[in-house]
Ligand binder design. Structure first.
Ligand code: SAJ
Length: 420
């Protein structure tokens, strides 16, 4: 049997935080890759070798792959041998998974599928999504099947969840171990062959359901650990203890390793994925659901601290440092910093909130439409501030001389513990 990987051509659907780096790494490793995105601006940006978001070392990889002709971008789905789906999997009402992007991407490739093609779902997905994808394809294409059968073409389908850390994507894509879950062992084998072209870590093979759940388990594990740190911070702050000193002392124990508390847990992964477990097994996942709620309540705790600190000060000037969901990136998705600024702007309408976010050039629409919030520069925001609220530990803020800020007489709330 000829394998799909002898001389593969790959289409990556979704040129976002995961799809574009994956497309670039595949192309850099000698594979012809077509990036597909429904967003015209994204297609234009990638076609000209640029990157529409911040991720270290990505632009140089994209520019190189585009200039070599290995990576192209377009809105139409091409005929290739391997389709990689890297589209969003958000949640909707009541934290129920929204698979509309997966469905749309599936439907868009279905007419193009041919005997021997491989479809890989990379999007972090609720249990059963890979099977659902297969059923959708097979319902529309009765001429295809997952196992050899007379009169039908063979289609291979696998799930290979991404596990890379934003900010380190280009490194971790290559060095992390990968898990490949096939709907059939043959599908898993073909997917493994593809990832082994660039992945220096182990490529572990399993079934699709286990692969789906493994990714969700990893992020739920981290979320539960973050919830512990944030709950300890709540306890410490309530009792007048410095949470970072407390945790650093507790961490001296050889079998204790508590994470850093913060203003909450954001991003499109850890703040979302545990709900996919909760949705699939609600009665079996009380700890995971409680952890989500603990982390989701942290912005409210920070807002209360800010209100207590401001007291009855009239028309307070607040410098809010950072808006992204974590350090040194521009991603505002599910960002607790953004949530805190939004709540403050509503709760203290007389406040003037200057947001300093070095990685963006315009405020997101929910804040831009708020009269008392503006995007500002560090010095401008802090020089006459009544309160400096550190929300994200960007390098630019870590390197600040905090003594200078204090000299201006502003109150200081450091939600990341970087200026202790
Ligand atoms: N955070 C803290 N304290 C810490 C560490 C993180 O408050 O000590 C906060 C961050 O500020 C952020 C949130 O937690 O708001 C999540 O950040 P993160 O760096 O822990 O993780 P993500 O969301 O950037 O990436 C995670 C990673 N998963 C795990 O580490 C298990 C990554 O490997 C996944 O690929 C990614 O989710 C994903 O795409 O699912």
């Amino acid at each position: 049997m000829s394998t799909v990987n002898e001389c593969p051509t790959v289409a990556v659907l979704g040129l976002g935080y995961i799809g574009l780096p994956t497309a670039a790494v595949l192309a850099t490793n000698g594979i012809d890759v077509v990036g597909v995105d429904t967003n015209h601006d994204t297609v234009e940006a990638v076609s000209s070798g640029t990157v529409p978001f911040v991720e270290p070392d990505l632009e140089i990889a994209v520019a190189g792959a585009v200039s070599q002709g290995r990576l192209t971008a377009q809105r139409e789905v091409p005929d290739v041998t391997i389709y990689v789906l890297a589209v969003p999997t958000p949640f909707g009402e009541n934290h129920q998974p929204d698979l509309s992007f997966v469905d749309a991407a599936t439907d868009s490739i279905t007419p193009h599928l041919k005997d021997g093609n491989l479809v890989i779902l990379e999007s972090t997905s609720p249990p059963g999504t890979t099977e659902r994808l297969a059923n959708r394809i097979l319902a529309a294409r009765p001429d295809l099947s997952l196992t050899p059968s007379a009169g039908t073409g063979l289609i291979h389908i696998a799930h290979c969840p991404e596990r890379v850390l934003p900010g380190r994507v280009m490194v971790e894509l290559v060095t992390n171990d990968r898990v490949v879950g096939g709907l059939t062992p043959e599908a898993a084998g073909h997917a493994k062959d593809l990832y082994q072209r660039f992945c220096k870590g182990r490529v572990v093979v399993t079934d699709a359901l286990t692969a789906e759940l493994s990714k969700l388990t990893e992020n739920a594990y981290r979320d539960v650990n973050l919830a512990f740190a944030n709950e300890i911070a709540n306890v410490a702050e309530h009792l007048g203890v410095d949470p970072w000193e407390l945790i650093s002392i507790a961490n001296l124990h050889p079998r204790v390793s508590i994470l850093n508390p913060g203003p909450g847990v954001g991003g499109h992964c850890i703040a979302v994925d545990p709900w996919f477990i909760a949705s699939a097994a609600p009665a079996q996942s009380p700890l995971i659901q409680t952890a989500r709620r603990v982390n989701d309540s942290r912005p409210e705790a920070i807002v209360r601290t800010v209100l207590d600190t401001l007291g009855d000060r009239a028309a307070p000037r607040i410098a809010a440092l950072g808006l992204s969901f974590k350090a040194d990136i521009d991603d505002l998705r599910e960002s607790p910093a953004r949530e805190i600024v939004k709540r403050l702007s509503h709760l203290v309408p007389t406040a003037h909130i200057r947001v300093v976010e070095p990685h963006i050039s315009t405020l997101p629409s929910d804040l831009a439409s708020t009269a008392n919030v503006e995007l500002s520069q560090l010095l401008e925001a802090t020089e006459d501030a009544d309160l400096i609220l550190l929300l994200v530990d960007h390098a630019q803020f870590r390197d600040l001389d905090v003594t200078d800020l204090r000299l201006n007489g502003a109150a200081l709330i450091d939600t990341r513990g970087i200026w202790r």
